[in-house]
Design a protein around this ligand. Structure first.
Ligand SMILES: Nc1ncnc2c1ncn2[C@@H]1O[C@H](COP(=O)(O)OP(=O)(O)OP(=O)(O)O)[C@@H](O)[C@H]1O
Ligand SMILES: [Mg+2]
Length: 136
């Protein structure tokens, strides 16, 4: 049984390897609740978030007594990480935009990255099964 279990698991779960993406979103801290609500409505459930500092690329000109210099100021942002199956990528992006957009500069960015593997530690499930909410 010890020999067969990993083979059995690979046959069951291994073919779904490529179907997971990591969606990373940098948003305004004041839009976090709106983002969470939009994600909940889109049935995206597995969420990690952290406070970060970021810079969007714009340069502030600062006058100094010897001339003009530029300053790269950092602003407080919140970073969401969501591992989702391929079918959930677009609904996740739509929800993030709905929740995070104000229309002003600095609304943030979304990056989608292929995910090599995902594992639910308790069960050993991998890939798409590891990111699908239980009970579905
Ligand atoms: N190219 C990037 N790489 C990594 N993080 C980025 C990048 N661009 C933006 N960010 C992150 O997103 C945050 C918000 O960026 P921001 O919304 O200002 O982007 P932008 O391209 O300047 O768009 P806008 O013109 O709407 O301001 C930044 O503070 C930073 O944390
Ligand atoms: Mg900007």
């Amino acid at each position: 049984m010890r020999v067969w279990r990993p083979i059995f698991r690979r046959v069951l779960f291994g073919t779904e390897r490529r179907l997971v993406k990591l969606v990373i979103a940098i948003v305004r801290p004041e839009k976090v609740n709106d983002v969470l609500e939009a994600l909940y409505r889109a049935e995206v459930r597995g969420i990690s978030m952290s406070r970060i500092q970021g810079h969007g690329g714009e340069l502030d000109r600062v006058e100094t007594y010897r001339g003009t210099t530029v300053k790269m100021g950092l602003s407080e942002k919140v970073r969401f990480e969501l591992a989702v199956s391929d079918a959930f990528v677009q609904p996740t992006i739509d929800a993030l935009c709905t929740g995070a957009r104000t229309g002003e500069v600095g609304d943030g960015k979304i990056f989608v990255v292929p995910l090599e593997q995902a594992v639910r530690i308790r069960t050993g499930e991998t890939a798409e099964r590891a990111v699908t909410p239980l009970g579905k």
